[in-house]
Design a protein around this ligand. Sequence first.
Ligand code: RP5
Length: 162
Amino acid sequence: MTTPQVGIIMGSQSDWPTMKLAADILDELGITYEAKIVSAHRTPDRLWSYGKTAAERGLQVIIAGAGGAAHLPGMMASKTRVPVVGVPVQTKALSGVDSLYSIVQMPKGFPVATMAIGAAGAANAGLMAAGILALQDPALAEKLDAWRDALSASIPDEPSDD
Ligand code: RP5
C-alpha cells in the first residue's frame, strides 16, 4: 500500500464531523489521505509512533484536529518535521476558544500552522495542505487555482433579499 500524501488525525471520533470537512477538500482536489484517531491523552503511544514514523513513511502534511485541552497538534509537531496544520475543534463548554489557545501558542522551534475554530478551520486546513503540496505539483496547482477561481465566481456582485 502506498503512503497517502496527507495524514488527518483527530483526538476523538466526535471530531470527525469537523475533520471530514478537511477530507472533503482533499477529495475534491484528488489528494490522497488517511484519517486516524490519535489522542494525545487517551492513546499517547499511538501519537508517539505516528509522529516517529510520519516522515519516513512519506507523509507530506499532517492535519491535526482536537478540542478542549487540545495537545494533539503541538505534540505531533514535537515528534515530526512534517508540517502540522492544527484545527481547533469547537467545544460545547468554551466554544472552541480553549482548543484555539491550546494549539496556537507554540514555543519557538515547534510550529503548528493554526487554523480558525471549527468548520472553516477544517476546510482551510485542507486548502493549506493543498497549497503546500501544489508547490511541487503543477497539476495540483492548476486544480487549486481553478477551485479558488470557482469560489470567487460564485460570489454575487450584490446582496439579495432571498
Ligand atoms: C479531545 O477531547 C478530542 O479532540 C475531542 O474534541 C474532545 C472530546 O472528546 P470526546 O469526549 O467526545 O471523545 O481529546
